[in-house]
Ligand binder design. Structure first.
Ligand code: ATP
Length: 364
């Protein structure tokens, strides 16, 4: 059992501030994902938790005990890396058993734990092989097995799936999720893959330049992003952005861009009315629309289809509207063809509005 508290942690490499005054509480048994673009400080944060990296300022607590000066092997953590880090000359069995032998577990106990882990990860038939005789997915299972047998208080995972192909990544994601459910242990997981973060996490921390931008459940972060950076980092295709201004008309608040306007629902209008007259950026998620070729209604964007892309379950539409290219995700039965005129009905209760200067959300 372990909760982790990161308090005012800063890490500098020369002039580079990799982690900048980070505060974070990771709850016991939580699956917390550190998400962000390359170089945002995810791995450095994980390494500091593991004790593999010193920090310049701040404190790390495990269950209210400061562990700043505890070496990695005394922190009761197990790490799984992208590179698997298996011993090439040892068999799968010996790779998994290695940590237990170092801790002087007896032979029967080692055998029981290794076989149990192998069984759980469905690699029992591979125990006598060497790492070079395994596929990437099988190697990553061995790396997971080595971590599981330790029964650590905390699992730290640094992009463990990024060397795998797309299909295997999806199935290993489910595997890791199940592992977390059965092990009832704290997981801290680093990834730059927003889909991985959304599917695995209890909570996500979005990092940029070593600073936490937003912390919340996947729904919080996806549905109520606090800034254009967070909004654009999650979701595929990305959220569409459209510059314009807010206008008050009686009780209504409108987004206006040239001759185009959208009418916000009253709950949103109440939050936005104080910003009337302000230049803003409107955010529309590609899926929060409905395409209507024949029956345009209010709150519709009118445009021309540049091209359509089928992804099997859905189609993406690239639409030229209001002078910009916008991407929408519509059902697979859409009958749009390149060059068609379309009216795109916008789900106004799902709109996002950002301050043009600060790029922060005006809604949440
Ligand atoms: P990636 O997804 O590419 O692994 P990351 O988000 O994990 O990136 P970090 O590896 O934590 O990022 O690096 C954060 C910043 O610190 C980057 O600018 C990186 O270049 C820098 N950095 C990391 N390790 C070192 C080091 N040992 N020496 C100098 N700079 C470093």
């Amino acid at each position: 059992m372990a909760s982790i508290r990161i308090e005012g942690v800063t890490k500098r490499f020369g002039n580079v501030v990799a982690v900048d005054d980070l505060d974070l509480e990771i709850h016991d048994k939580e699956f917390l994902v550190l998400l962000g673009p390359s170089g945002c400080g995810k791995s450095t944060t994980l390494n500091i938790i593991a004790g593999l990296e010193d920090m310049n300022e701040g404190n790390i607590y495990f269950d209210d005990q400061i562990v700043n000066f505890l070496p990695p092997h005394r922190r009761d953590v197990a790490m799984v890396f992208q590179s698997y880090a298996l011993y090439p000359h040892k068999s799968v069995y010996d790779n998994i058993a290695f940590g237990l032998r170092m801790r002087r577990f007896n032979r029967q106990e080692i055998d029981r734990l290794v076989k149990h882990a192998a069984d759980r990860l469905e690699i029992s038939h591979l125990l006598q092989r060497r790492p070079h005789e395994l596929s990437g997915g099988q190697r990553q299972r061995v790396a997971l097995g080595r971590a599981i047998v330790r029964q650590p208080a905390v699992f730290l995972m640094d992009e463990p799936l990024s060397n795998l192909d797309a299909a295997l990544r999806v199935s290993m994601r489910a595997e890791i999720k199940r592992l977390h459910q059965t092990m009832q242990t704290t997981f801290v997981y680093v990834t730059h893959d927003q889909a991985e973060a959304l599917t695995l996490a209890d909570r996500i921390v979005v990092l940029k330049d070593g600073v936490a931008q937003q912390t919340g459940t996947p729904d919080d972060i996806y549905q109520r992003p606090c800034s254009m950076f967070v909004a654009s980092f999650l979701g595929s295709p990305q959220m569409n952005f459209l510059r314009g201004s807010l206008k008050k008309e009686g009780d209504r608040v409108l987004f206006c861009r040239g001759g185009f306007s959208l009418d916000f629902p009253s709950a949103m209008a109440r939050k936005l009315v104080g910003h009337a007259g302000q230049e803003v950026v409107l955010g529309i998620r590609p899926e929060d629309v409905d395409e209507r070729t024949n029956s345009p209604t209010a709150n519709c964007l009118h445009g021309r289809v540049n091209f359509t892309l089928s992804i099997g379950s859905d189609q993406y539409l690239s639409v030229q509207a209001e002078g910009v290219e916008l991407f929408f995700r519509v059902g697979r039965d859409t009958r749009c063809a390149d060059g068609d005129s379309v009216a795109i009905a916008v789900a106004t209760d799902r709109l996002h509005v950002f301050d043009k200067e600060t790029t922060q959300s005006l809604l949440w």
